[in-house]
Design a protein around this ligand. Structure first.
Ligand SMILES: [Zn+2]
Length: 292
């Protein structure tokens, strides 16, 4: 090969490499207890990340095999895994369902090691999960499992078959309404108005949940519309959430008062005290959709 070609090749390679390292996609992982938790609490934010070219993965720690009034066991786990995969396709993200029984999750060492490996394999910059004071035992133990992984993801001697992360990720909590021992704090507010229909469409993939199980257990089965189109409108009316006072304050911080006033739909996150502690500039780097 002539030296001039070699030089050109080197130039192309170094330019591509340089631009890639400058615009390296962010790696976001959300870890919920059930196949639909991440969608409900972070589906809009995931859609925004994906649209910007960043990489998002949802994990459900349980396989959802208790979440139905007529089905159960392997058949339900299979159905819910397929629903989750479809929701992932609709959001443009990856969705993995781990094989632990629904309603029986415990914060054991083997599951902790599994979670550590999943966070490492995704090379996560940001990890988002439940708070540990949630009503559902699976949510609580998922929260504990993720908190227990927060330091260990960087420790080489723990789960040594999977290389440790060189930088500790930022750990965040999904929003909830539980007040004790302390209420949720809206540290980060993401305007999801532009992607609300995509979020609802992803949730719509969980047919067994939003149109069957949750209406049944909530005693409002008769409300569920029959046609696909009416169902999506109904789901949007039930599940979009309101911009409350604390969301407003956080939105104004991140978007400025003018933009914040136009936000119709929002997702909120609290910074966990474990893992990397981001300053404002780091939060803006990790959440590039936050712009004044
Ligand atoms: Zn759940």
């Amino acid at each position: 090969m002539k030296p001039i070609y070699l030089f050109t090749l080197f130039f192309i390679f170094s330019t591509v490499h340089f631009s890639f390292s400058q615009n390296k996609p962010l790696q976001i992982i959300m870890i919920g207890a059930h196949p639909d938790d991440c969608d409900i609490k972070g589906g809009g934010t995931a859609a925004l990340f994906a649209e910007m070219g960043h990489h998002v993965k949802f994990i459900s720690v349980t396989n959802g095999d208790a979440g139905h009034m007529e089905m159960g066991g392997g058949a339900l786990a299979k159905r819910r895994t397929e629903e989750a995969k479809e929701a992932g396709r609709r959001l443009g993200i990856e969705y993995e369902v781990l094989d632990h029984h629904d309603g029986e999750l415990l914060a054991t060492l083997p599951v902790r090691l599994e979670i550590i490996r999943k966070i490492r394999e995704w090379n996560a910059d940001v990890v988002i999960s439940h708070r540990s004071n949630d009503y559902h035992p699976d949510h609580r133990y998922t929260a504990i499992l993720v908190q227990d992984a927060a330091f260990m993801v960087g420790v080489p001697n723990i789960a040594p078959d999977t290389p440790p992360l060189s930088k500790n990720p930022v750990f965040l909590y999904f929003q909830d309404n539980f007040q004790k021992p302390y209420p949720f704090r809206a540290d980060i507010a993401v305007d999801i108005t532009s992607v609300i229909d995509k979020k609802i469409y992803a949730m719509d993939a969980h047919v067994s949940q939003f149109y069957e199980w949750l209406p049944w257990i909530g005693n409002h089965e008769s409300e569920v519309p029959k046609t696909a189109e009416a169902r999506i409108d109904w789901l949007k009316s039930k599940r979009s959430g309101q911009v409350n006072e604390s969301a407003k304050v956080s939105l104004e911080k991140w978007y400025g008062p003018q933009k914040a006033a136009q936000v119709k739909y929002v997702e909120l996150f609290e910074i966990c005290e474990y893992g990397s502690q981001p300053n404002e500039a780091e939060i803006r780097r990790l959440f590039p959709m936050l712009k004044k």
